[in-house]
Ligand binder design. Structure first.
Ligand code: AGP
Length: 362
């Protein structure tokens, strides 16, 4: 097994480092100069569709939630997001002008699979974004887009999430292009940004070393709040989930603007706040939320492309001119941070206690 790790300490680490390559695979053949190409999709898929409903569990749910911002902003289509285990029993009103999209690394998660069957039975068109060809969901859905992340061994999902985000971003543009709600210039720019993603997620030694060194300050305390706004809120949820899964420390993801509605009461030096502060998305708003926490003595670790003097620790990302590039780079920082904390705590990062790679029972 250690040979398969190719010199990395854990599969999770290897998979974080593989993200650049698998993202290239995910994009290949799907980006023309001025169009998104999904040869696997029948052009009639979006006919009569006025809404998208995304449904998933765990990390795949975070990809769903994050991409919902893109479906509305870029795709200009009404979008809702559901946790599969909730949707199953809430007696939802499903309409046939909704495209039902399930997202799953394995394609076998029981709750997600059941919602797919439920949507089909209600007469909805269905699409799965999946990493495993010939999985139950791929066989069940009307259409499938494969994420091409390769086999993911680490229980904590990393590269599968990255490729889900790339596919969902492309699909939001595909919706806009099909419905003719995006101008050629914007589409071209978005395609240019997508092409930059594989380079953006490449792990640089100095960044990894900085995170490794800094991680020793985050091993104890009352707990963690990962905070962000807009699409960085679901990314904060994902950062918190990663940390919980492998470090067994308590962590919550929260929208930055919600902290003052309750959680700020917890602020003290033992409350670790991981603040996602991208320059290109609501920076000033997030900054003022983080300053409020800092004023109450919370320990702040800021991840940003703008230096933030009120932070106790600062993890710099490269200066990008679009928030989606900041999103992908911040994602890598969060993955490395949770992994380094868990390793320092002596945990088996690939096989966290109580967890299985694929949850095939409800
Ligand atoms: C991710 O780190 C988790 N281990 C877990 O939340 C996972 O994303 C979830 O169980 C869904 O799995 P799926 O993508 O295979 O459906």
């Amino acid at each position: 097994l250690s040979a398969q790790k190719e010199g990395f300490r854990f599969f999770m680490e290897k998979e974080i480092y593989e993200q650049s390559e698998v993202l290239s695979d995910t994009l290949i053949g799907r980006l023309a100069e001025d169009a998104i190409l999904f040869d696997e999709l029948n052009p009639s898929l979006l006919e009569g569709i006025n809404e998208i409903k995304l449904c998933a569990c765990g990390t795949s749910y975070h990809a769903a939630l994050a991409s919902s911002y893109l479906f509305e902003r870029l795709g200009k289509i009404r979008t809702s997001v559901e946790i599969a285990s909730e949707l199953r029993y809430k007696e939802p009103l499903l309409c046939t002008d909704t495209l039902f999209v399930v997202i799953s690394q394995s394609g076998e998660t029981a709750d997600t699979l059941e919602t797919l069957k439920m949507a089909k039975a209600a007469g909805l068109k269905t699409l799965v974004v999946c990493n495993v060809d010939n999985s139950s969901m791929v066989r069940e859905a009307d259409a499938a887009i494969l994420t091409r992340a390769g086999i993911e061994k680490g229980v904590a999902s990393t590269k599968a999430f990255a490729t889900q985000m790339a596919v969902l971003w492309m699909f939001s543009l595909y919706v806009a292009q099909t419905k003719d709600t995006i101008d050629a210039e914007t589409l071209r720019k978005q395609i240019g940004l997508l092409r930059e993603v594989p380079a953006v997620v490449r792990v640089h030694d100095d960044l990894h070393e900085r995170i490794r060194r800094l991680s020793k300050r985050y091993l104890h305390g009352h707990g963690f709040f990962f905070i962000g706004r807009d699409i960085f809120f679901p990314l904060a949820l994902e950062g918190a989930l990663k940390l919980k899964e492998i470090s067994y420390l308590h962590a919550e993801g929260y929208p930055s603007g919600e902290m003052k509605h309750g959680p700020i009461a917890l602020a003290d030096p033992e409350l670790f706040t991981i603040a996602l502060m991208p320059k290109n998305l609501l920076y000033d708003k997030t900054k003022s939320n983080v300053e409020e926490l800092s004023a109450r003595d919370a320990t702040i670790c800021a991840i940003s492309d703008v230096p933030f003097e009120k932070a106790d620790d600062f993890i710099p990302i490269a200066a990008h001119d679009h928030y989606m590039l900041e999103f992908f780079e911040t994602m890598v920082v969060l993955q490395l941070l949770s992994m380094e904390i868990a390793i320092r705590l002596g945990n088996d990062v690939d096989m966290p206690r109580n967890l299985a790679k694929s949850v095939t029972v409800e």
